[in-house]
Structure formats: structure tokens, C-alpha cells
Ligand binder design. Structure first.
Ligand code: BG6
Length: 468
């Protein structure tokens, strides 16, 4: 059988994504103060897998040089991490921590010296505890404090960092912290969630405004998790409507204000009907959102969501949640990543790309996260002790084929970042699901060992594609 070659555009970015809180460790070092994660872990350690907390995540704070050498070895020409607000400005507002400035300078300089383009993100679920004590995203003073933190980052590092990201998956702290009880402060109240979402979007727009006013010659974007919604039956109007409503709440809610400058009107109508619109939305907020559109977008994609019309009644006293308007649907025979319990649907990456192409002016985008989490990955070690993760290579190839198809049809995609470079700490899941190209042994001094996928990723990047 003849081979097909999937060649990507010249200058395509190959790399991976991670975040400060998930990799740095050194939570109590270098002048950093607690974030909500340190605080929540101190209150309820049992809510974290195997009670592994955020203090000593993968030790990047000390091993960054070794890690960056391994990035090079695994073919990275770009890499995303985040600047921890709680490290740079430990009280959220006020003094910049010079030790943090030195650390992030060293990381950025080391990346550039190794030919790796730094993508710097400003918020990856990690609200400083001092800010949460003031009410977190419910308080406008925190919105302004974030804008000042963002400006400090641009001024300190913007001479070398040319790709900035305001937020990673900003909907997740809304869901986790104010709807579904998987992030601190564990509130279940949709109206407050909507306020948090609105303030997050204003904070994002203020950061974009600040960056553009500084004229540093780079680009600013954001990273959204755009899980596509598919109806159980395309022929059933109620199923199609259910998928549309779910999509309004979970996709268009952030995508539209960030790319089109306004909230979807239909979503506002539904939220008004259920009396869950945020209490405080000002004209000046809407003007700020309208005037500050991003330059590019990063798309995170792991799994699709399938929905059907609401078939099960909701208890009349249950707090309002969007899924009062649809039910989740499990498609029989769906392809699964059994190690993580998530569906694998490679073609959805094509649908996401074409959504941006058709409905958002074909703005430049990159895949900012895609990856395969595996629990108990040690069982795939060979005799030499190296993880043979052929399943991860197949997963990446499967998605790249569909991304390639979208690019051939005109989608404006400039890169692919895998989640993640080296196994890292993942919030309540701690080290349960391993995603790295590089293994991190948390029981043996955070020892790194390149997996088979890491070696393959180098070939992929060197060849700017692959053949099969
Ligand atoms: C992404 C997040 O959505 O999923 C990461 O941006 C997270 O921060 C990753 O670690 C993997 O999540 P999980 O739950 O499979 O460990």
C-alpha cells in the first residue's frame, strides 16, 4: 500500500503546553505565596488523588535547564507555560517579587537560547489566595489587579516574549469553582458563576488593551477548550436544539466576546428567562470587550460532547444549571481512551478548525492542547525501563491527519502543542493521568526519562509532518 504524507506549512510550530502551578513546585520558595490550590489542599487533602498536593509539582523551578534541554531533544520549537501571579506579585496587588522576575527571566532566556519560542500565559486556574480572600473574580478590584499584573508581565518580559495568552480555559474555574464543586471556593450558584465569567472576560479584555497600548511588537491571544457538541440525532429537531443550547453556554459564551466583541444574543435571552444573568454588567465593560479583540486563538481539544434533549425531569429545588436544558448522550460503540475514560473523536478537530474558518473570520489559531492521559502508565515500560507509548503516537497522528485536512481546506492554523511536555500535577487528579512525552518519576527525585513518543515527536518536528 502506498504511503500518504502529511506535510505541514513552513514555519509550523511544534511543541507542548504546561503551566506554572502544575510544573514548578517550589511553592514555598523564592517569595511565592499561596494560591487557592495551596489553601484548598491544606483544608481538604483527601479531595486530591492519593492526597498529592501542589507544593512539589514536577520541580521545574529547579530543573528547568534540564527540562529545556529535553524539550530540544524532543523536537520543540515552541513551548507554553504560565507565569504564576502568586509568584510574581505574591499579594496579588503591589510589590513585584524580584526573585520571581529572575526565575522567569532565566526560563525565557534559556528557551530562546535553545531555539524554543516562549508562549507565556497569565492565568492557569491559579488565583492568589490574597485575591480570593477579597472575593476572587466576583470582585472588580481583582479584575483591575489582574490587569496590573498583566501589564507588569508585558513590561518585564515583553521584549523577548512575542506570544502572550491571557487565560487558559477561562470557563474551567467558572465551572469548577461556582458550578460543579471541583475547584475552590466550591460554590454552587449559576448566577454567581455567570458574574465570575463576565468579570473574567473583562479582565481578559483589559489585559489585551494594555498589551496593545504598549506596542511591543508581539501578539496576544487566549486559549479556550472548545469541546464540540454533537446531537444524538441530526434528524431530531429537539436533539439539535439541545446541542445548540449546550454550545451557546459552553462554547460561544467565551468565543464570541473574545473574537467578535459581544455576547451571543440568544444566550442572553435564555439566561434572562431563567433569571441567571450576572447582576453587574456595565456599559463600559461591554465597550471594553468590543474594542479589544485578540490577534490569535489557541484551541484545546481532548474529547467531544454528545447531547440529547432533556429526557429526565430536574428536581424543582435543584439550583439552575445549563444541563437542565439538555442531557448528555453516550454514543454506543464510541472509540475510547479507556485509560482516562474519555471518548476519542479525531474528526472533531477538523470541525473546530472549520468553525473558526467559517464563523470567526479565519483568525490565526493553533492547537494549544491535545493529548492522551493514561493512568498506570508504568505498565507500558519495556525491559530497559522506557515507556513504549505507541497509543500516544497513534492518538497524535489521528488528530494531525484531520488538522491537516482542515489546513488544506484553508484553515489558518500555525501550530500544534501537545499536552504535555513532561508528566505533571493536574489539580484534583494530581499525578493520576500521565500525558507527557517525558516520564517524571515522583517517587525517585522527579527523575525524567524520555518516552517513545518523545523520540517520535522529534522526528515529526524535524520532518514538519509524517508519512503513513
Ligand atoms: C486541560 C488543562 O484541560 O486538561 C490542564 O488545561 C489539565 O491544566 C489537563 O492538566 C489534563 O486534565 P486531567 O484531568 O486529565 O488530568
Amino acid at each position: 500500500m502506498s504511503k500518504t504524507t502529511y506535510q505541514f506549512p513552513t514555519g509550523f510550530l511544534w511543541g507542548s503546553a504546561s503551566s506554572g502551578p502544575q510544573t514548578e513546585g517550589g511553592a514555598d520558595e523564592g517569595g511565592r505565596k499561596p494560591s487557592i490550590w495551596d489553601h484548598w489542599y491544606s483544608l481538604e487533602p483527601s479531595r486530591f488523588h492519593n492526597e498529592v498536593g501542589p507544593t512539589n509539582t514536577s520541580n521545574f523551578y529547579h530543573q528547568y535547564k534540564e527540562d529545556i534541554a529535553l524539550m530540544k531533544e524532543t523536537g520543540h520549537n515552541s513551548f507554553r507555560t504560565s507565569i504564576q501571579w502568586s509568584r510574581l506579585i505574591p499579594d496579588g496587588i503591589g510589590e513585584v517579587n524580584e526573585e520571581a522576575v529572575e526565575f522567569y527571566n532565566r526560563v525565557i532566556d534559556e528557551l530562546i537560547a535553545n531555539g524554543i519560542e516562549p508562549f507565556m500565559n497569565l492565568f492557569h486556574f491559579d488565583m492568589p489566595m490574597a485575591m480570593q480572600e477579597m472575593g476572587g473574580w466576583e470582585n472588580r478590584e481583582v479584575v483591575d489587579a489582574f490587569a496590573s499584573f498583566a501589564t507588569a508581565c508585558f513590561e518585564l518580559f515583553g521584549d523577548r516574549v512575542k506570544h502572550w495568552i491571557t487565560f487558559n480555559e477561562p470557563i474551567v474555574p467558572v465551572e469548577g469553582g461556582y458550578m460543579y464543586d471541583f475547584h475552590y471556593p466550591n460554590i454552587v450558584d449559576f448566577k454567581r458563576a455567570a458574574q465570575v465569567a463576565h468579570h473574567t472576560i473583562v479582565a481578559h479584555a483589559l489585559a489585551v488593551k494594555s498589551y496593545k497600548s504598549l506596542d511591543l511588537g508581539g501578539k496576544i491571544g487566549t486559549v479556550l477548550n472548545l469541546t464540540p457538541f454533537y446531537p444524538r440525532s441530526k434528524d431530531n429537531a429537539a436533539d439539535v436544539r439541545a446541542a445548540h443550547v449546550a454550545d451557546l453556554f459552553f462554547t460561544r459564551s467565551f468565543l464570541d466576546p473574545m473574537l467578535k466583541g459581544e455576547y451571543p444574543k440568544e444566550l442572553v435571552v435564555i439566561m434572562r428567562e431563567y433569571d441567571v444573568l450576572p447582576a453587574d454588567v456595565r456599559d463600559e465593560d461591554l465597550a471594553t470587550i468590543k474594542e479589544n479583540i485578540i490577534d490569535f486563538i489557541g484551541l484545546n481539544y481532548y474529547q467531544p460532547r454528545r447531547v440529547k434533549l432533556k429526557e429526565h425531569a430536574v428536581h424543582p429545588d435543584a439550583p439552575f444549571m445549563p444541563n437542565h436544558l439538555f442531557d448528555n448522550y453516550e454514543m454506543p460503540g464510541r472509540k475510547m481512551n479507556v485509560h482516562r475514560g474519555w471518548e476519542i473523536c479525531e474528526a472533531a478537530i477538523y470541525d473546530m478548525a472549520m468553525d473558526i474558518y467559517h464563523h470567526y473570520g479565519n483568525i490565526p489559531f493553533y492547537i494549544a492542547e491535545n493529548g492522551m492521559g493514561v493512568e498506570g502508565e508504568e505498565k507500558f515500560k519495556n525491559e530497559a525501563g522506557n515507556i513504549e507509548d505507541d497509543y500516544r503516537i497513534a492518538f497524535i497522528k489521528g488528530h494531525l491527519k484531520h488538522l491537516h485536512r482542515a489546513i488544506e481546506e484553508g484553515a489558518n492554523c500555525f501550530g500544534y502543542h501537545l499536552w504535555t511536555f513532561a508528566d505533571n500535577w493536574s489539580w484534583m487528579n494530581a499525578y493520576k493521568n500521565r500525558y507527557g512525552l517525558v516520564e517524571v518519576d515522583i517517587n525517585d527525585g522527579f527523575k525524567r526519562r524520555v518516552k517513545k513518543s518523545g523520540r517520535w515527536y522529534k522526528e515529526l518536528s524535524d520532518n514538519n509532518g509524517f508519512s503513513e
